[in-house]
Design a protein around this ligand. Sequence first.
Ligand code: CA
Length: 224
Amino acid sequence: MNTILLVEDDTALREGLTELFSRDGYEVIACGCLREAREKLTDAVQLIVMDVGLPDGDGVSLCKEWREAGETRPILFLTARGEEFDVVRGLDSGGNDYVTKPFRMQELLSRVRVLLRGSQVARPVSRGGFVVDRDRMQVLKDGEALPLTLTEFKIVTMLMDHSAVVPRERLLEVLWDDGGKFIDDNTLSVHMSRLREKVGAEHINTIRGVGYQWSDTSSAESSC
Ligand code: CA
């Protein structure tokens, strides 16, 4: 059974989510502040669902602290509308995804499932007819490896790893770090358009002014 560590100080929401997750077959360890979260992150936990605004600090800082200590389990943030939450900072801290309150329970559950799937040791991971083989750094479609460059591979796996929008700034940062050379905004656009030609434009949605989002199925909203 999968175990979720739920960190939320709003009692009603915490109880509601505990019930929701339990009904969906998860074991839930619930708590309401950072101090308790630190204590309750046991080996049994497979995923962390954490509010950003907590009475003794913010969830993003704890996420950063855990990542710096080598923690690799997926972390999903719960953010409140109007609350100070910087998506770039949230994902930079090592968070894997986020939902904004009020959210639909089904949406939260589906994101939790995606994160748990992605964190399973068994790889390759498959999404929307594509199979990602990280050992060989390949993406297969219908059993055939797509002719991706290393940069394109990094972009596409990063998009597939997140069900939320991946901010442009985040992509630019990662590509800078790993590639060892500067990738500017225009170069990223060129990579994105080549990548769209290779994987199918319908799988990569542009969220204007924010970034990009992977789509498992064809979307009418796709644009460049
Ligand atoms: Ca809160």
